[in-house]
Design a protein. Structure first.
Length: 232
């Protein structure tokens, strides 16, 4: 996932001019649209350079904890579904961190007027360490319509409007999987004590009672020699 995310970003960064793109599957509803942001998912931004730096540092700390937690899950042989879900979140976070930390150093700047960015430019990159922009490219305006007049004055809106990347998708899928299937994921963890049902408890008691009765010595005295029970 991480390799695919980076491969797509590098291709888009070096083959498209900023704010341009192309159709996917020949449909207007599925497009490549190259844009960049300061590091939040789905093209969101906040706080200028200070916010950008704080966001990158926070991501580095968060991804360290996620990686440590993932290692614990693997060592404990946790549910495969849970391991995959957390792996998706980890890979997605790492994908966007690589953009934020290194892309400013290794690429020239992209602009709406061109030319396309180059890898490892002779004059250096467009930003310092930790100040790279995250590359986004998937734009799926599935449906366009209008709000009712009484809601936002009947303004036009588009579903789904954000431009995102593969890393954003991995994080979203991983988090949703944990939320939607948490009972299944966590019930399969080794060492989890599951209380027995009433039927299982009753059955176990009956089996133990039957075994104890079989183990008791016979109370009937042995017959004297020569005495035998009468035959039919």
């Amino acid at each position: 996932m991480l390799g695919a995310d980076q491969a797509i970003k590098i291709y888009v960064k070096t083959h498209y001019v900023l704010e341009t793109g192309s159709l996917l599957f020949g449909s207007e509803k599925f497009r490549i649209h190259f844009t960049e942001n300061e590091g939040m998912a789905f093209g969101l931004t906040f706080g200028g350079n200070t916010g950008k730096l704080l966001l990158t540092l926070f991501r580095l700390v968060a991804v360290s904890f996620i990686g440590y937690y993932l290692k614990l899950l693997v060592n404990r042989k946790a549910s495969l579904g849970l391991v995959i879900s957390i792996s998706l979140v980890f890979a997605g976070a790492m994908g966007n961190i690589l953009d934020s930390v290194f892309y400013g150093l290794i690429f020239s700047a992209s602009s709406v007027h061109g030319p396309t960015a180059t890898f490892m430019p002779a004059g250096g990159g467009y930003a310092a360490l930790f100040f790279g922009h995250v590359v986004d490219m998937f734009y799926f305006p599935i449906w366009t319509g209008y709000y009712p007049d009484w809601l936002f004055g009947g303004r036009r809106f588009t579903f789904f409007a954000p431009v995102f990347n593969l890393a954003d998708s991995a994080i979203t899928v991983g988090v949703l999987s944990v939320l939607l299937f948490q009972r299944h994921h966590f019930s399969e963890e080794p060492g989890r004590i599951v209380p027995p049902s009433a039927e299982d408890t009753a059955s176990s008691i009956a089996e133990e009672a039957g075994q104890a009765e079989d183990d008791l010595p016979s109370t009937q005295p042995p017959l004297p020699a020569g005495d035998h029970p009468p035959s039919g």
